[in-house]
Design a protein around this ligand. Structure first.
Ligand code: KMT
Ligand code: NI
Length: 166
C-alpha cells in the first residue's frame, strides 16, 4: 500500500502493476496537488454520514465480472469517492492534470479520497480479493459518468484550478 507510479500503456492484464521501466514513482505531494488524499487510517473517519462494506470476490459479489468491468471503465463522479481497505489489495488509477495514468496501490488499512470530477478506475490485483468500506458525505450517489464527461461544471472548475496552478 501507500505507493503510486505512472503507468505503462500496455494492454496486458489490468491486475498487473504496469510500472514504467524504469519505475516513475508519484509522491504523496503530487497526488495531493491532484486533490487525491491517501493515507494509513488515522481514525479520522468523522464527518461521514453513510458507510457500507463491499467484498469484491467472485463468490461474494453478484455479477462479479460485469462489476469489475464497470469499475475499470474510466469514469468520474460528482461527489468525492472515499474508500477504506479492510482486507486484500487493489489499485485505484487516476488521471493527472496532464492526462497520464497514475496507479495507486492500496492494501489493508489504507484510506483514499478521490475528488469529485477526477477521471479514475479501479481494479483488483492478481490476488483477486479486496474488502472495502465505502464512505459518503450526505446521501450516497453511486452514479458514474464514463469518459467523456467534460460537460459538468466540476470539470471546468478542475481545469481552471490547474490553469491557475501552472
Ligand atoms: C468506483 O466508483 O470506482 C468504485 O466504487 C470502485 C470499487 S469500490 C472499492
Ligand atoms: Ni468511481
Amino acid at each position: 500500500g501507500l505507493a503510486a507510479w505512472f503507468m505503462d500503456s500496455s494492454d496486458e492484464d489490468q491486475r498487473k502493476p504496469h510500472k514504467l521501466d524504469p519505475n516513475m514513482p508519484v509522491s504523496m505531494e503530487d497526488l495531493q496537488r491532484l486533490g487525491v488524499f491517501h493515507w494509513k487510517l488515522n481514525a479520522d473517519l468523522k464527518g461521514y454520514s453513510y458507510m457500507d462494506i463491499i467484498t469484491i470476490h467472485k463468490d461474494t459479489l453478484p455479477n462479479y465480472e460485469d462489476k469489475l468491468k464497470m469499475f475499470f471503465e474510466e469514469h468520474l463522479h460528482l461527489d468525492d469517492e472515499i474508500r477504506y481497505i479492510l482486507e486484500g489489495r487493489a489499485y485505484f488509477d487516476v488521471r493527472d492534470d496532464e492526462d497520464r495514468w497514475i496507479r495507486i496501490s492500496m492494501d489493508k488499512g489504507d484510506l483514499i479520497t478521490l475528488p469529485a470530477g477526477i477521471y479514475h478506475r479501479f481494479t483488483l490485483d492478481e490476488t483477486n480479493y479486496t474488502k472495502a468500506m465505502r464512505l459518503f458525505v450526505g446521501e450516497p450517489v453511486w452514479k458514474a459518468y464514463n469518459r467523456p464527461a467534460d460537460e459538468f461544471d466540476i470539470r471546468k472548475n478542475r481545469a481552471c484550478f490547474f490553469w491557475l496552478l501552472r
